[in-house]
Design a protein around this ligand. Structure first.
Ligand code: GRF
Length: 200
């Protein structure tokens, strides 16, 4: 049984999708901690409801990003996680953490990477005028929204869409893709070969 830790900054609907898939018996894992940089994150309530330990590392109470990341790393180490999931974690993870957890951190991004990395990916897609967007689950490397891709799903961008309607359509796919990627990881079915992730 693999141990999973989740980093989330806000609503936590992707975190919930992972909790639900574990509870349904689809993912052979135990969620050993929710770590958040935001004491007001709704994800905390979801963790409490599911009996998952919560680690609050309040970014705003630290004098520097370095000091914050030291405690973040300590919380991650305390979880003893085999896999760390960035599920709506709104900060860039520092290189020390990426190195320490290399091949064991995944992120969900609401666009078809390499298109539209960074913040407001759904708005970027609308503004650019693409007809198709989607979501990407990928391993995290030292560059933002850049590591080897595990799963993607596409959705149409419809006439009259705005940022919210597109985000909603993409979110449905996020809630499907993230647990699926976690399931594959937990069953040891992912192999990273350079930029490519092979699904065994
Ligand atoms: C999702 O769209 C995720 O892809 C992005 O931030 C959003 C978080 O949503 N990184 P939630 O907190 O999981 O509900």
């Amino acid at each position: 049984m693999k141990r999973i830790a989740v980093l989330a900054s806000g609503r936590g609907s992707n975190f919930q999708a992972v909790i639900d898939s574990i509870e349904r018996g689809e993912v052979p894992a135990e969620c050993c901690g929710l770590i958040t940089d935001n004491p007001a994150a709704y994800a905390i309530k979801r963790a409490e409801k599911a009996g998952i330990p919560v680690y609050i590392v309040d970014f705003s109470s630290y004098p520097s990003k370095e000091a914050y990341e030291t405690d973040l790393m300590a919380a991650m180490a305390r979880c003893k996680a085999d896999l760390v999931i960035l599920a709506g974690y709104m900060r860039i993870v520092g290189t020390d953490i990426v190195k320490a957890f290399s091949g064991r951190i995944i992120n969900i991004h609401p666009a078809l990477l390499p298109s539209f990395p960074g913040l407001h990916a759904q708005k970027q897609a609308i503004d650019y005028g693409v007809k198709v967007s989607g979501c990407t689950v990928h391993f995290v490397d030292e560059h933002m929204d850049n590591g080897p891709i595990i799963i993607q799903a596409a959705v149409p961008v419809l006439e009259g869409d705005d940022e919210e309607t597109l985000a909603e359509r993409i979110l449905v796919q996020e809630h499907r893709c993230l647990p699926e990627a976690v399931r594959l990881f937990c069953r040891d079915r992912l192999r990273i070969e350079d930029r490519r992730v092979r699904i065994l």
